[in-house]
Design a protein around this ligand. Structure first.
Ligand code: NAD
Length: 253
């Protein structure tokens, strides 16, 4: 039994939906005969995504929308255009993310942009969409894409770690709020992918490295865990307890 929000004619909005994990999710929701809005900052990729989705579902079930998730007015417009075209949103997947790299004391612009896109993007999406989703009175989902790095915070890319730690904290607060909202049938979920071979991680590679997941595998796992009702959707190649133990040992020395 799929999750009750993943049903024919329900509406899914996926940010960062033009490639990688987001596109795989858009495809899966389209295959479930949902209406899908693919939202992304990359307009060229949006057009490609729409073409690819036309082999999966009728054109009437797909819309694309240019959005910059870091900007409140852009996300506000996204929510409005989806409502005008499809009547409202049942599933929001706040998934857009960037990882250009950062060092602790350098690159102030990178820091700002990483936090703006990865953390504010998820906050903006959730805060703008959730009240209208709740008002529909139907089962719905808000899926926020975090990262193992937001939990284990390994050395190397502090701005990304901070942004994803913020995603985790915000999503936990959101789920708490949704659970305590009378008449609310929306649940929040934190997707923590493993190592997924996408534009974000390819870094010049054209072949999927051994052990990496495909975006489709990640989304299949996510759908199974949503069905099971998990809040933390922790892809199993992510050994978070071991990573935390290693850090504890490192800092004990
Ligand atoms: P990807 O680069 O294929 O997809 C990210 C998408 O986000 C792109 O289409 C990009 O254009 C879009 N985007 C970037 N900035 C945006 C903005 N301001 N507004 C709207 N869209 C924007 O990468 P992916 O691996 O599919 O990443 C999806 C999410 O998964 C990200 O949040 C990433 O941090 C997270 N993640 C990925 C991995 C992995 O191994 N690939 C692991 C952990 C977490």
């Amino acid at each position: 039994m799929p999750h009750p929000a993943i049903v024919k004619d329900n509406v899914a909005v996926i940010t960062g939906g033009a490639s990688g994990i987001g596109f795989a999710a858009a495809t899966a929701f389209a295959r479930a005969r949902m209406k899908v809005c693919v939202a992304d900052v990359d307009e060229a990729r949006l057009a490609e995504a729409a073409t690819k989705l036309s082999s999966v579902t009728a054109a009437a079930n797909v819309m694309t929308s240019a959005v910059d998730v870091s900007k409140v007015e852009s996300v506000t417009k996204l929510e409005r255009v989806v409502r005008e075209r499809f009547g409202g949103t049942d599933i929001l997947m706040n998934n857009a993310g960037i990882q250009p790299g950062s060092t602790l004391f350098g690159e102030p612009d990178n820091w700002q942009r990483i936090i703006d896109v990865n953390m504010w993007g998820i906050i903006n999406g959730s805060r703008i969409f959730a009240p209208r989703m709740i008002a529909r009175g139907k089962p719905g989902l808000i899926i926020n894409t975090g990262s193992k790095q937001g939990i284990t915070t390994p050395p190397g890319d502090p701005a990304y770690n901070v942004s994803k730690a913020g995603v985790k904290a915000f999503t936990e607060a959101l789920q708490h709020e949704l659970r305590n909202t009378k008449g609310c049938h929306i649940t929040a979920h934190l997707l923590i992918p493993g190592f997924v071979f996408t534009g974000l991680t390819a870094k010049g590679r054209t072949e999927k490295p051994a052990g990496a997941w495909t975006p489709d595998e990640t989304v299949d796992f996510m759908l199974a865990r949503l069905e099971a009702g998990d809040f933390y959707i922790l892809c199993p190649d992510n050994d978070v307890p071991r990573a935390l133990d290693e850090k504890r040992m490192l800092w004990a020395m």
